[in-house]
Ligand binder design. Structure first.
Ligand code: FES
Length: 122
């Protein structure tokens, strides 16, 4: 018999997979005691998560809640000075922090739920 508690030890439940729109993004608050949240992007059954802090000067990326992607929903965009990042690895491909990258957060998908390390975010 499988012990679900062991599989999620050290992890924090972010949300159910279906709570992130397919092809879209969603922001999440900071962990308890922290002040920098996370955001996650869903591509079908895959989820990419990052700390919501731009490598340029550390601002949160979204201009309004959950708006992390460009109009075509192809790239992550920082609303402050327009840096653009690849969804798959968070690398900045244009803008003031080109060549730098968002801080990736490892994602665990388990029975339709999305988990991240307990201390992810800051
Ligand atoms: S803070 Fe993100 S581009 Fe300047």
């Amino acid at each position: 018999m499988r012990d679900g508690g062991d599989l999620t030890r050290g992890l924090r439940l972010l949300c159910r997979l279906e709570e992130i729109p397919d092809g879209g993004a969603r922001g999440f608050p900071a962990p308890p005691g922290g002040f920098t949240g996370l955001f996650a992007i869903r591509r079908g059954g895959r989820v990419f998560a990052y700390v919501n802090s731009c490598p340029h000067i550390g601002l949160p990326l979204e201009p309004v809640p959950d708006r992390f992607l460009d109009r075509k929903r192809e790239m992550i965009v920082c609303s402050a000075h327009g840096a653009r990042f690849r969804v798959e690895d968070g690398e900045c491909v244009s803008g003031p922090c080109m060549g730098d990258a968002l801080e990736a957060v490892p994602v665990t998908l388990l029975e339709g739920a999305v988990y991240v390390p307990e201390d992810a975010g800051r």
